[in-house]
Design a protein around this ligand. Structure first.
Ligand code: ADP
Ligand code: MG
Length: 296
């Protein structure tokens, strides 16, 4: 997460808090319930049809080579979707298109049914409620776990002034909630630089969660983690399902198995398009998938 996007998320959270105070904010059950039968504020995503993210015929060319080739994909509100596929399949490019880092040459990318992400800047996309976790953890190593989370919550890059101002009660509650979720409640004063690789990844996920994104994009979140850390990460993501929509790109099939538990859908990307979609067992039995990916 870049500081710019951190700012954007924090501003969005502040706006939410204001709306909540006025009685028109989101409900505890998330966007879906809030969206039904309620007039939307301008710029708010509309989730009434149950779709959180929709990509249609998205094509990205790099020097004529198609990194994405008419990619069409949709993710439901509250869904946890795993995306797998060989290196170079276009998984990261897909996330770049959703977050505004890369502009597709063709196609449509919608958040809810009304927010055209191709018309928004990266900052506006983060403000709209889309958080992204890159592969490498980017926490402030010289600050404590708590300070990292506080900064994410406030989104103020002037570290000293941000840390000196006081948190509201709601902000403190959210911090405590996030610390529990990411399993670092007993490490609040520990310097982030002293955490294990897995704990740094959780802290960064916590920094995203502090901003309460509607949609979370996670690119290879368990790369480099121990088996135990991988299992705890699966538990964390499963606990986020429902309140957030999650798109998880991952190579580790054990992790995908833990996340899908034989009942959640997996999407297989290959050469910039969807090659197969279904339960993990179904796509693993698909000859085309075995040929391009699993069988190698
Ligand atoms: P994945 O994340 O599935 O491994 P990527 O989305 O990173 O795949 O890459 C898809 C393809 O696009 C790869 O062949 C990669 O080399 C190419 N690619 C990605 N970004 C760029 C870029 N900025 N310039 C040129 N080619 C790129
Ligand atoms: Mg990638």
């Amino acid at each position: 997460m870049t500081p710019d996007l951190m700012d954007a998320g924090a501003r969005r959270r502040a706006a939410h808090a204001q709306r909540d105070a006025g009685g028109t904010g989101r409900t505890a059950s998330g966007g879906r319930a809030a969206a039904f039968g309620r007039p939307l504020a301008a710029g708010q995503p509309d989730f009434a049809h149950g779709v959180a993210l929709y990509l249609e015929d998205v094509t990205v060319r790099f020097d004529g080579f198609k990194a994405l080739n008419a990619l069409t994909l949709s993710v439901d509100v509250g869904e946890l979707r795993c995306i797998i596929g060989p290196n170079g399949a276009g998984k990261t490019t897909m996330m770049d298109c959703i977050t505004g880092k890369t502009r597709p040459d063709a196609g449509r990318v919608f958040f809810g049914q009304n927010i055209d992400l191709l018309r928004l800047s990266e900052t506006q996309i983060a403000q709209a409620g889309i958080g992204r976790k890159f592969q490498k953890p980017t926490v402030y190593e010289s600050l404590s776990v708590l300070d990292n989370l506080e900064l994410a919550l406030r989104g103020d890059r002037r570290v000293r002034s941000a840390l000196q101002s006081r948190l509201s009660g709601a902000q403190r509650d959210r911090l405590a909630e996030v610390l529990q979720l990411i399993g670092l409640a007993a490490q609040t004063s520990r310097l982030a630089g002293l955490l294990s690789h897995g704990q740094k990844q959780w802290l960064e996920i916590g920094m995203l969660l502090a901003q309460d994104p509607t949609l979370l994009l996670l690119d290879e979140p368990v790369a480099g983690m121990t088996d135990e850390e991988t299992e705890r990460t699966a538990e964390l993501f499963l606990s986020l399902e429902g309140r957030h929509s999650l798109v998880v790109v991952e190579h580790d099939m054990h992790f995908v198995d833990l996340l899908t538990q034989g009942r959640r859908k997996v999407t297989v990307l290959h050469e910039g398009s969807v090659l197969a979609e279904g339960l993990l067992a179904q796509v693993q039995a698909d000859e085309r998938v075995v040929e391009v990916y699993l069988g190698r």
